[in-house]
Design a protein around this ligand. Structure first.
Ligand SMILES: Cc1cc2nc3c(=O)[nH]c(=O)nc-3n(C[C@H](O)[C@H](O)[C@H](O)COP(=O)(O)OP(=O)(O)OC[C@H]3O[C@@H](n4cnc5c(N)ncnc54)[C@H](O)[C@@H]3O)c2cc1C
Length: 379
């Protein structure tokens, strides 16, 4: 693998960094306070091509490769992690499933507005009794003529309250358990579909994470992606790609925390000199930079392998596991370097510390990543 970015990848990185540093970073604390990313920000990201980065151009996307996608998510997360996850779910989980599994008709109908950011997508798998055990979905989809009648509740759904298009995983046959799931497209305004309560979170507070409720919701049969029984396979395949983007997000948060720590250590004086002159601080900075670089390389490697068209589940999970645990570790050190000030809301590291923690949980916990990696190694 060539570790240098190509000219095109470097260009995408610079475009994402410019937008993120100018439009997101200065407002990230306000987004968090308001618990909202202004809709015009998402529209602008859409018009720049960041909402459908790997969607083919003829379907409204930017037609980029997986490494470009990872570097763009890293730059967005470096400025605002909430925006990064909003964008990442739309890209890897929602557009990714349409691109890989939908029929040509479904692609033409649903993908362009998602790829252009005119509609926001969400991916609804998790339920109160189906977290890591994702196959234990209780939501049912019963065929009635040319419609499925859907009943159930989904929890913790990113973009849930914003979503114009929901990819819903439901069971058409409870006896088949995990093998009885299907993937359905539900649109905003579909009778029987409503957004439930919005979650109050520790971090990434600007990201909209909500409950979705389906009560005798009639979904046209032609909105089924793939076959009955393929739902979990579709959901898990999308998560492989999603994990590369969460790894990239974690690298972005870690890099932002590191940047703040370096700057602060040069400014803060104790014992008559900047604290960066103390070896204890220098060693923390050295370890932080080394781990961030390793996390970035694992992330780019997973993206590179995905581009080769071969199986990349193990590498994606390795990248997500290492990058998310690195982000938490780096943010802890960045906070430590800030001393008491790092514990105060006036300093960005306080937010990074809370944001980082989530990357170890969603799209599969660290324990789930270790299970995927071990399965890959023992196959
Ligand atoms: C902010 C946020 C946003 C989210 N967004 C989405 C979304 O957009 N769409 C969606 O579908 N879901 C989403 N999720 C759900 C997320 O993917 C789940 O929370 C996650 O997979 C863990 O499931 P759980 O919370 O039910 O934990 P549980 O599965 O109950 O796990 C609890 C603990 O047990 C451990 N554990 C469980 N099973 C095992 C095992 N077999 N071996 C070892 N340890 C195990 C876990 O690692 C964890 O430490 C989101 C979650 C959050 C917090």
């Amino acid at each position: 693998m060539n570790v240098d970015l190509t000219e095109d990848q470097q260009m995408i990185k610079e475009l994402a960094a410019k937008f993120a540093q100018e439009q997101l970073k200065p407002q990230a604390a306000k987004f968090e306070e308001d618990e909202e990313i202004p809709p015009e920000i998402l529209q602008e990201l859409g018009s720049l091509g960041f909402m459908g980065m790997m969607v083919p151009e003829d379907l409204g996307g930017a037609g980029l490769d997986a490494v470009s996608y990872a570097v763009a998510i890293e730059e967005i997360a470096r400025a605002d992690a909430s925006t990064a996850v909003t964008v990442a779910v739309n890209n890897s989980l929602v557009c990714g499933i349409f691109t890989e599994f939908a029929s040509d008709e479904q692609k033409k109908k649903f993908l362009p507005p998602l790829a252009k950011g005119e509609k926001i997508g969400s991916y609804a798998l998790t339920e109160p009794e189906a977290g890591t055990d994702a196959g234990n979905v209780q939501t049912t989809a019963v065929l009635d003529g040319d419609h499925y009648v859907v009943n159930g509740t989904k929890t913790f759904i990113t973009n849930g309250g914003l979503a114009g298009t929901v990819l819903l995983f439901a069971s058409t046959n409870k006896e088949l358990k995990a093998k009885g799931l299907c993937c359905l497209v539900v649109e905003k305004g579909n009778p029987g579909f409503s957004v439930g309560s919005r979650e109050k979170k520790m971090g990434m507070r600007a990201a909209n994470v909500s409950e979705l409720v389906f009560e005798n919701c009639r979904v046209p049969k032609e909105n089924r992606i793939g076959e009955e029984g393929q739902g979990l396979k579709i959901a898990f395949t999308a998560l492989d790609s999603g994990r590369i983007s969460i790894a990239a997000q974690a690298v972005g948060i870690a890099q932002a925390a590191f940047d703040e720590a370096v700057q602060y250590s040069k400014q803060r004086q104790q014992f008559g000199r900047p604290i960066c002159q103390f070896q204890a601080i220098q060693f923390m900075l050295a370890d932080m930079a080394t781990r961030i670089e390793a996390a970035r390389l694992l992330t780019h490697r997973a993206a590179h392998i995905k581009e080769q068209g071969v199986r990349f589940s193990t590498e994606a999970s390795m990248a997500k596991l290492f990058a998310s645990e690195t982000a938490t570790w780096v943010c802890t050190k960045a906070l430590q370097i800030h001393g008491g000030y790092g514990y105060m809301k006036d300093y960005a590291v306080e937010r990074y510390f809370r944001d980082a923690r989530l990357t170890e949980i969603y799209e599969g916990t660290s324990e789930a990543q270790r299970m995927v990696i071990a399965r890959g190694l023992l196959r």
